[in-house]
Design a protein around this ligand. Sequence first.
Ligand code: PMP
Length: 422
Amino acid sequence: MAATPLTTPNAHLLQKTHHSQSHAFLKPKTAFHYPTSRKPFSVSCSSTIQDRPSLQSQSQDRVFNFAAGPATLPENVLLKAQTELYNWRGSGMSVMEMSHRGKDFRSIIEKAEADLRALLNISEDYAVLFLQGGATTQFASVPLNLCQPDDTVDYLVTGSWGDKAFKEAKKYCKPKVVWNGKSENYMRVPSFDGLELSPNAKYLHICANETIYGVEFKDYPVPGNPNGILVADMSSNFCSKPVDVTKFGLIYAGAQKNVGPSGVCIVIVRKDLIGNAQEITPVMLDYKIHADNNSLYNTPPCFGIYMCGLVFEDLLEQGGLKEVEKKNEKKAGILYNAIDESKGFYRCPVEKSVRSLMNVPFTLEKSELEAVFLKEAEKEKMVQLKGHRSVGGMRASIYNAMPLAGVEKLVSFMKDFQAKHA
Ligand code: PMP
């Protein structure tokens, strides 16, 4: 490239006309020789910033992460994000650097929404919002947006997240607990027939999958009020299986279990329910403001939404949620079988018909072995198996992105451990 003649005081700055020239490490095949070595060796740096490292070498560096969330993400999604991190699709910048309301980010959020709509077959009757604040914020946003202070709402409590949601709602309306599994240590979902649902409740709230106790709804109750709606916290089983969205008025899910990093919360809400927020509702929490602005109000968590988009794309590439569900059933099946066939060495207290496909809690008969179990598992690169502090024991979270190989490895570890310690 011809040098620019130095005609103005700052002309020398203009000579670096090509951006990448100032980043020698990005140049393809740059080799250097270590001068003091008798046998010179060369380190070549190819243009790998844009190439994917091989899956195999990447896997060897990584652990099997059984955390309940933030949790393991699909390897190919991480690698794709890595290739796009430095320069998102030729924009010359990363997603973190672009305007959160500009056209590039708009295209990212629109694609994420379109893919989620395709995955869950969400009709235009529903708005899809990508919000900040995690699922906990929705414990307040839901009552603030859907009812007035004197309205009655029902909560069916099958675990501590449902209980938290109920307690938060008490600040904004008149919630009633229609069933609470606490006295039985949250190990089942009640029969819907015997429930005393309020005939005037604006909504019935459930937590579709209780992350701590591992209790998952396999079908859904119908609200007592014919004009009421079903609301579900799906944080820990979102996109793990097909769901008939039309059964719900509102679904919310923190992203950091199945579909992305922490900091994004997805709300799917029937459009006719939007626009009746209580007067005290902060703008941050008002669904209408977000729906009217395509989720771009209030500084959307852009990188998180971008990651969710990559996950949705990946799930579609896997054949959609029916295929994903099959994989999840297989993984959960081999783990629960191992527990049930251990002759009491391991135990899962949850009723079989409602055992979660995502979070598998289990205890050891000899609880004094728990610390050893965790330590030895960690040595085998299986981490975050400790149960929630409120229940103890173990918990293996096996979200969509946990490979079958991870569950198989855990199961053989459990069998070996039992053989050693029985
Ligand atoms: N609901 C469920 C079912 C959860 O597992 C969690 C925990 N992450 C929450 C709500 C709270 O979510 P967040 O951390 O996103 O506020």
